[in-house]
Design a binder for this molecule. Structure first.
Ligand code: SF4
Length: 254
């Protein structure tokens, strides 16, 4: 994708959504950190349902550490891999209290040393909380970057590095959210909704998905087509039967 197209792509995404942000619910860096730890292989909606009950009761490292595993697990029962994630959240609380005065560090290395925190989680926190130009490449961003030709790559790290290189500076802080939201709601995994995509003329993906409303015949057209097909079959039957009549007659006379 050319630099001019890349600029146009983000200009359109920005025009459609000037203030993009995460769909995870959070009101402090610690809440976001916990929500992102819980979000692996979970929808944001599922995480929000759990944290809506947990955070009013405990939303600091001290408070969650005080709950302990038995106190924390009931809030996370609906979360995938809840036992592992609960253990990671508790260990992260302990690490934050022991090493960072109970605060979420603004440092990649320190973040990635926390239990349950990998590069992607660190990138989300650095970008969303601290507004660093970090690119958390999840499955949506990976797909959009490859399909559109924006930043193709074999793995998430390659796509992350390429995005950081090619996204125009003025869009870098919010690019992560625009790409996630575009992948989640328009450029969907199974069927990208190209017919209503605001960047379709800039995107390299071929063939574009056509508008289903324009390709599926309306019910009346379907009924008419069925009737016509039945009529054709009947006529063909009559023709076949007439064609065989002289031969049958000759056979009878013989
Ligand atoms: S045109 Fe289709 S493939 Fe390209 S970004 Fe839009 S939805 Fe995705």
């Amino acid at each position: 994708m050319s630099p001019a197209k890349r600029h146009e792509m983000f200009a359109r995404l920005r025009a459609a959504n000037p203030n993009p942000t995460t769909e995870l619910a959070w009101s402090s860096p610690f809440e976001l950190l916990v929500a992102v730890i819980l979000s692996a292989q979970m929808t944001d909606k599922g995480v929000n349902a759990a944290t809506a009950k947990l955070f009013p009761v405990a939303n600091t490292p001290q408070a969650i550490a005080a709950l302990g595993l038995d106190g924390l697990l009931p809030y996370l029962r609906t979360i995938n891999f809840c036992n592992t994630k609960a253990a990671n959240v508790l260990a992260t609380c302990t690490a934050l209290l022991e090493r960072h005065g109970g605060e979420v560090p603004r440092d990649r290395e320190a973040l990635e040393s926390l239990p349950g925190v990998g590069r992607k989680t660190a990138n989300v926190v650095l970008n969303t909380v601290f507004r660093e130009p970090a690119m958390a490449v999840d499955t949506h961003i990976f797909r959009v970057a490859n399909r559109t030709g924006l930043a193709p790559g074999e793995d998430v790290r390659e796509v992350e590095d390429r995005l950081l290189k090619v996204v125009p500076a003025e869009f870098l802080l919010d690019a992560h959210h625009w790409l996630i939201l575009h992948g989640r709601y328009v450029c969907k995994a199974r069927t990208p909704e190209c017919w209503r995509c605001e960047i379709r003329d800039l995107c390299a993906y071929r063939p574009k998905t056509p508008d289903p409303a324009a390709t599926v015949p309306p019910p009346r057209a379907k009924a008419v087509a069925k009737k016509q097909a039945s009529r054709v079959r009947t006529v063909a039957k009559v023709v076949r039967s007439r064609a065989g009549a002289p031969a049958r007659r000759r056979k009878e006379q013989a």
